[in-house]
Design a protein around this ligand. Structure first.
Ligand code: CU
Length: 148
C-alpha cells in the first residue's frame, strides 16, 4: 500500500515538471527595512511565461504610495525617474534591484521590521493582479536616504 502511493506521487511530480509554465512568475521578492514615516523599496525578479505584457502599477497598504522608479548614473550622480509602466517581454526576466528598477514605498505607515511580511499587489496590463507576501530584510546599502 505504501509503495503504491510513492509510485503515484512520483508520477505526479513527473507530470508537474513537464507541464509548460504559463503566466507571470515573481521570485526573490524582498523589502528593505525602514522606519515608520521613511521610505523603503521593494525588489524582485519577474519572469513572463506568456505573451508580452506590462507591469502598470503596484499597491500596498503599508505605505502612502508605491511608485515604480528607475535609478541610473548620470555624470557620476545617481538619479531616478518615475516609470509609468515596465514592459515584460515574453520569456524574459525583468530585475528590480538596488541601483536599477525598483518599487519605492513612500511614507511607511508603520516600521518595516526585519522578518515582517508585507502584502503587495502587482497590476498588469493584460494579466490578472498578483498578490504577494513579501519578507522584510535588512537593507544592504543606502543611497542618501532614498532607499532605492
Ligand atoms: Cu526610488
Amino acid at each position: 500500500m505504501k509503495k503504491k502511493s510513492i509510485v503515484l506521487f512520483s508520477m505526479f511530480l513527473l507530470v508537474a515538471a513537464c507541464a509548460p509554465k504559463e503566466g507571470i512568475e515573481i521570485r526573490d521578492a524582498w523589502i528593505r527595512s525602514a522606519p515608520q514615516g521613511g521610505n523603503s523599496a521593494l525588489y524582485f525578479v519577474i519572469h513572463n511565461y506568456s505573451a508580452d505584457d506590462e507591469l502598470v502599477g503596484v499597491s500596498t497598504e503599508v505605505a502612502r504610495a508605491a511608485e515604480m522608479h528607475e535609478s541610473s548614473m548620470v555624470d557620476d550622480v545617481m538619479q531616478m525617474r518615475m516609470v509609468e509602466s515596465v514592459p515584460l517581454a515574453s520569456s524574459e526576466d525583468v530585475v528590480f534591484e538596488s541601483g536599477g528598477l525598483h518599487v519605492m514605498l513612500v511614507g511607511l505607515k508603520e516600521e518595516a521590521k526585519i522578518g515582517d511580511m508585507v502584502d503587495i499587489v502587482l497590476h498588469f496590463k493584460n494579466s490578472e493582479d498578483i498578490r504577494l507576501q513579501v519578507p522584510v530584510r535588512e537593507g544592504a546599502e543606502e543611497h542618501g536616504g532614498h532607499g532605492g
